[in-house]
Design a protein around this ligand. Sequence first.
Ligand code: PLP
Ligand code: COI
Length: 354
Amino acid sequence: MNAIINDIEVIKTKSSKISEVDFSNLKFGNTFSDHMLVCDYKNGKWQAPKVVPYQPISLDPSAKIFHYGQSVFEGMKAYKDANENVWLFRPLDNFKRLNISSKRLAIPELPENYFMDGLKTLLQVDSNWIPKDEGSSLYIRPFVFASGNGFHASPADEYKFIIATAPSGAYFSGKVRVLIEQKYSRSANGGVGFAKAGGNYAGQFYPTQLAVEKGYQQVIWTDDNTHEYIEEAGAMNIFVRINDTLITGPTSDRILDGITRKSIIQLAESEGIPVEVRKLSVHEVVAAAKDGSLKEMFGAGTAAVISPIAGFGYKDEDYDLPELEDTYAAHLKKRITDIQTNKTDDPFGWRYEV
Ligand code: PLP
Ligand code: COI
């Protein structure tokens, strides 16, 4: 069945999979909704996007994505409130960041209306896939990759922009312990660390596997030059609370400029929580863990939301964080998720109705 919604062609699936999904028991990102947005770049321009049934894509074995890793992505969430209204959180920031990432990987930038109208249309078509239960949401994965062919190591002449969505629960199950990395690096000055490039994640898998074998869930990356400063974790930015002060490292061309991170900084400051954005050394964190002034560590990201860190490993030593009653993590998580899910006012204008 074809339709035009918001000027976008929509081809609906003949057989919805929704009745097969247990919405009360959602994992993260492994069940996919009925439709996806597809938009092709060819003949030097982005063609009109379409909403089509979720389906595999066929590529030539010489497609450059396979050989040269030209791909970037975003992570967003859609929330449904008690009145069935659908909300996004700062979606234009994701759009802008996708284009920042694309530019660094020599991928053609997308027009804003293809991204925003395409996303809105997809969410309207699949609105019954957006979970309502607390802690669940529709995870949205926009991505762009080189679909053009050829073994020449140069940018492709064709690309695909796709948005796929997955009703999802929490990213982490259980307590999160992290390993402060001393050997491998995620990124380097002048590299692609600030971009959400697929290869940044591939490069993390092996060191993270080694950390998982030792009982940690994520690696905390340190600067590639000295390994003395905390940068970010595999899928989230990092905050540390020493006494009453919340500290996070500055963004740079090695670190992803997280939308959750910058929202938390603004929220915390607006509530009078002392916030410092500055270089944070491993030495300072270890010293604070030893003298008891290290009160909290947490990760922040779209998938991770705010994930408290129970402990960290550093140079074969393990450090446990105290179990406090009233944490900044719990408070800020409630504030941000209440804004995201339309349970409270949005003084910053972050919410976006679909
Ligand atoms: N850092 C990395 C490496 C990430 O993959 C993510 C997730 O997107 C973040 C930080 C957090 O960014 P955001 O809050 O925009 O999701
Ligand atoms: C997100 O938080 O949306 C991300 O993209 C992280 C991802 C690696 C799950």
